[in-house]
Design a protein around this ligand. Structure first.
Ligand SMILES: [Zn+2]
Length: 224
């Protein structure tokens, strides 16, 4: 009898901690969600099993403190942590302008970044390889992308993604949505074991948080 009561209690507790919040929750990729991503972020040549992905529903606040609904798809391995981070950012009034599925931009990263969208999964191989990129695995998250661009200088020429982020390359300037090492978003991702693209040496990817190579290699040993 006691065992039964304890079992029931455990089920109730598990259920309430996982699903208690109607605004912040995780689900598997339902048929309905799959239909939204198929042929877009989940490309026809996608070699990642859809079972490895999770759908996150969240709330986030814009610069004016207005609340919006957000949706993100990421790897199941980071789903709990990303949900927790986004919830803490919401509770701290940390501004995130948009959290939409990249599929709403036809899975076009450049368009998504120009719109300052925050997202994670978008299937792709690393150029000229059969190795899936970290966004392709859903193990990297980009936040407030227009204000935190990717940039690299190659042969004296600056590469900038999105191309419209010129105003935000100079990180000594102060502007909204800027991620740096004093930033709450930075701190929360680092606490969960992510690495920040703003710390990279040759390129800088200020919007980008990813799971380190050694951890990814353990999760996907065949992804070479
Ligand atoms: Zn990224």
């Amino acid at each position: 009898m006691l065992k039964t009561i304890l079992t029931v209690l455990l089920i109730v507790l598990t259920f309430s901690t996982s699903f208690a919040d109607e605004n912040f929750y995780i689900s598997e990729i339902s048929d309905e969600i799959f239909a939204r991503i198929k042929g877009k972020s989940f490309k026809d040549d996608c070699t990642l099993p859809v079972e490895d992905l999770r759908y996150l529903h969240v709330l986030h606040k814009d610069l004016d403190g207005k609340t919006h609904e957000g949706e993100m798809i990421c790897n199941k391995y980071i789903a709990d942590d990303v949900l927790e981070i986004l919830k803490k950012l919401f509770e701290a009034d940390y501004p995130i302008e948009k959290i939409r599925l990249v599929d709403e931009y036809n899975a076009d990263d450049e368009l998504s970044m120009r719109d300052n969208n925050s997202s994670s999964f978008n299937f792709r191989f690393i150029s000229h390889t059969t190795k899936i990129s970290k966004h392709g695995l859903g193990l990297a998250v980009d936040i407030n992308t227009l204000y935190n661009p990717y940039t690299k200088v190659v042969d004296g020429k600056r590469i900038l993604e999105p191309a419209t982020a010129g105003e935000y390359v100079d990180r000594t300037k102060d502007f909204p949505y800027k991620i740096d090492e004093n930033d709450l978003c930075y701190k929360l991702f680092i606490e969960k074991g992510f690495e920040w693209g703003g710390s990279w040496k040759s390129a800088k990817d200020y919007q980008h948080f990813e799971i380190p190579d050694d951890v990814v290699a353990k999760l996907y040993p065949n992804n070479k």
